[in-house]
Design a protein around this ligand. Structure first.
Ligand SMILES: C=CC1=C(C)c2cc3[nH]c(cc4nc(cc5[nH]c(cc1n2)c(C)c5CCC(=O)O)C(CCC(=O)O)=C4C)c(C)c3C=C
Ligand SMILES: [Fe+2]
Ligand SMILES: [Fe+2]
Length: 352
């Protein structure tokens, strides 16, 4: 009997410090990424040293509030286990691997594990539903360079993005519907302000053609349609601004403050993060809750991320199956700066 075909699925995410001493080197890795700071070396290295040192006390305080480490790896492991359980069917052997961009497990270690396992085919699955040059493209660029370097020659297919994948949208919609129900029970008769919050980006990155904002809008439009929300009921806002540049707006903190001052119950729904970490557990749950309450919001609810929601995981299964069936390799346009908009990403996804 022939050995079953071995399919490796590599889940990509940003990663986070696993101890307080890891905060500074994690931040250094982030700011030394040319997809984040586009300067030639040694200038980027020097700037990354400077910014990471300056930011370490603030960031350490954030991670202290989560027990001294980011939960992003264990949460990603739970997603990997849920996905692997659904994909393990007869005739093929599937294993999920995790490659983080800025902290362990790093891409190189993971690529070596994939090679040592003897994968016949590799599916690259970013845990970023919306494509950005700063996240998806950065992770895939490093993956491909590393794969070449270590001689990982198995065919590799990348999922570009899935801003309106039906399972993802259905999971987000159900989570939002539950929060709306809770708000209705706690503040009957009041119309809550629903704030769909995504990680922000410097405006100049969006102006250079990054499709992330358009894809965040596509996600929210799909959820609003599924829940039959009127435009007056919800808003998109962008959180986690860092540094002196102008970032895309409106800023989540400003939108929360305005809704709180208007005396509205507030529901915040994260739409670009698919698991819990500092940006949800500290920024949204502690810092923005305080902002809402101190500005008079009668209620502040933060909807959970899609995490291992069965509809979301089922959507990931479909993305993997599509990628395997089409056998499409990463197109040069997606995963690099040439990806100018959602339609182009969608075309690339379809193998056009
Ligand atoms: C300075 C530039 C940054 C850009 C651009 C950026 C884009 C971006 N990031 C995520 C997802 C995550 N970011 C996280 C943490 C984080 N991000 C930045 C900076 C940029 N991100 C910093 C400095 C940090 C560290 C924390 C802090 O100091 O504020 C995380 C969480 C990591 C964890 O706690 O485990 C995620 C996830 C997306 C989706 C994105 C662009 C689309
Ligand atoms: Fe970030
Ligand atoms: Fe942040």
């Amino acid at each position: 009997m022939p050995a079953p075909r071995r399919i490796a699925i590599v889940l990509f995410n940003l990663g986070g410090p696993d101890s307080l001493t890891a905060v500074q080197p994690f931040l250094f890795n982030l700011f030394n990424d040319r997809s984040i700071i586009n300067l030639p070396q040694p200038f980027r290295w020097l700037l990354a040293k400077l910014i990471s040192s300056r930011r370490t006390p603030v960031a350490s305080h954030v991670y202290q509030q989560m027990g001294g480490r980011s939960p992003i790896l264990p949460n990603t492991e739970a997603q990997a286990a849920a996905l692997e359980a659904l994909l393990t069917t007869g005739g093929i052997e599937v294993r999920c691997f995790i490659a983080m961009r800025y902290w362990h497990p790093f891409t190189e270690a993971t690529a070596r594990d994939v090679k040592a396992w003897g994968a016949d085919e590799v599916i690259l699955l970013p845990l970023y539903p919306q494509f950005s040059t700063t996240t998806t493209a950065s992770s895939l660029r490093v993956w491909h360079a590393t794969a070449r370097q270590i001689g990982l020659t198995a065919p590799q297919h990348a999922v570009c993005c899935y801003p309106d994948e039906p399972g993802f949208v259905s999971a987000l919609s159900e989570i939002t519907r539950q929060a709306m129900g809770q708000a209705q029970a706690a503040a009957p008769g009041e119309t809550p302000a629903i704030i769909f919050s995504a990680h922000g980006l410097p405006k100049k990155i969006v102006d250079a053609g990054d499709p992330y904002v358009a894809q965040v809008e596509a996600t929210v439009a799909a959820v609003a349609q599924e829940l039959a929300l009127t435009p007056a009921q919800y808003q998109i806002a962008y959180q986690s601004r860092v540094g002196p540049l102008e970032w895309v707006g409106p800023a989540t903190d400003n939108v929360i403050t305005a809704a709180a001052k208007a005396g509205k119950p507030i529901i915040v729904v994260p739409v670009a993060f698919v698991s819990e970490h500092s940006e949800t557990l500290v920024e949204l749950d502690i810092e923005y809750r305080h902002l809402a309450e101190s500005n008079g919001a009668p209620l502040y609810l933060r909807a959970p991320t899609v995490a291992t929601h069965p509809a979301f995981i089922a959507g990931l299964v479909r993305l993997v199956q599509d990628a395997l069936a089409k056998g499409q390799a990463l197109q040069p346009g997606c995963g690099r700066m040439a990806c100018k908009g959602q339609s182009q990403c969608a075309m690339t996804k379809a193998g056009a």
